[in-house]
Design a protein around this ligand. Sequence first.
Ligand code: ADP
Ligand code: MG
Length: 559
Amino acid sequence: MEKKQFQAESKRLLEMMVHSIYSQKEIFLRELISNASDAIDKIYYKALTDDSISFNQDDYYIRVEANKDKRTLTVTDTGIGMTKEEIEENLGTIAKSGSLAFKNEIEMKDGQEIIGQFGVGFYSSFMVADNVTVYTRALHSDEGYKWVSDGVDGYTIEPFDKKDVGTEIVIELKQNEDEENYDEYLEEYKLKSIIKKYSDFIRYPIKMDVTEQKPKEDNEDELVEVTEEQTVNSMIPIWRKNKQELTDEDYESFYQEKHFGFDQPLSHLHISVDGMVRFQSILYIPKQPPFNYYSQDFEKGLELYSNGVLIMDKCADLLPDHFSFVRGIVDSEDLSLNISREILQQDRQVNLIAKNLEKKIKNHLQSMLKNDREKYETFFDAFGRQLKYGAYADFGANKDKLKDLLLFYSSTEEKLVTLKEYRDRMPEDQEHIYYATGESHARIEKLPQTEMVKDKGYEILYFTDEVDEFVIKMLMNYDEKEFKNVSSGDLDLEDEETKKEAEKQKEEHKDLLSEMKEILGDKVKDVKLSTRLKSHPVCLSADGDVSIEMEKVLSQMPD
Ligand code: ADP
Ligand code: MG
């Protein structure tokens, strides 16, 4: 038996890992299973080019086994195994770059969050184990080896008579400490749920003994406990399946399975991209906003997978804020498992995927608007506000992308319309796109200021949402036509004669007007004769750019 020390760097890393409060210790199982799957892949790829190796799918599997008496968890695979040299190389050192990056991170910040995001590979088993034993026999090799380590003092290697090619990793779980419950990892339900969560789409079966209550064969009313080996992962992810083979129900049940929402999805899109970056994605637009959607608590993001293995629950970088309502998953074979939240942000692949998704979502919404107006209005009712925020946030950086997705209520159509529809209906002589603001459609209808515009036969957009006007101010114009509030002072809709008459009247009533202004004092800026009133004696009018409603909103904002 040979006893060896870990390389100095590895040793320090191990200590840090074991002693830091890892936020998700359970990922050790994901790492072991991924390694097992990689090991089977290696045989599979070899078999493609080497006729002497036959690859019979049924012979390849991963097995997870808990032993409560011994407090051990065993992960077995029928993969390629390791030679003695490979054991030394792979389990005796930690890839330099990985450990360096890890170390730098941990010294900079205070650990918890960051480590939780790292795939720390084989070594992560020492977070839950006092002792790890690896039995392995490489393909085409007659002898096997046993590698043992406590993760602190180095490791031992000795020959071991292993019957089959492959690897068996036995981890002896730590004793429960104050807050840490390692016994959990011996429970069937816990193991199953960890496997489902992270490793559901591993291509090879992950087998486990599962105990269930089953009706007796001779007497259906009586239940007996039956333990049998089951495959716990679903293996083929729905996003890898052919769109043509999938039904709406398939997508809906995946939505439910993933707990994306309690509702049914309003719409889904299934994307498969094979370009500069390769990825598959299934995205959903929920029917209703989550209860906390329009609050600070809401966290946007998509589930991110690397080749079928979950690396992040909510990857925010994949979605722009204006599409934060989208739920779903992204899987890319071009991402590595060992990726941290910090690295992700600068990751070229992730940025490419995000750009691509944004475009796809926009197109999807646009075609929904075109082809299924009713559905789009349901969508807009739920999330239109977010699109509006998106259009004016960041100083309007995204306004051009979003302007054609916005809907506003129209005075003439008496329903929601797009700016383009409004624009296309505009008579030749109409100079502006008119809007009016108020609490409700009914209140706006009563505004004296709308009368003249309506009389001209012009359409008015009714803004009842506080953000509407902010959006319009940011857009400034649509297809070269400026937006104009019907309440603004300078509508300029009168003909020459009316204007002349108004001048005359103004002169005649000069004294009256200044008298009124004096009486009203600070309450108004000016009192003017108006030409736009028909059935109302008086109206309030805003001077300059900001409407009365907007002034209200602005004055409520904290400075
Ligand atoms: P990574 O998987 O990122 O390379 P790990 O720390 O998870 O890093 O594993 C280190 C190496 O150990 C692997 O690259 C592989 O060569 C070897 N290894 C780990 N587990 C197994 C296994 N079950 N079968 C064969 N080789 C393995
Ligand atoms: Mg690994």
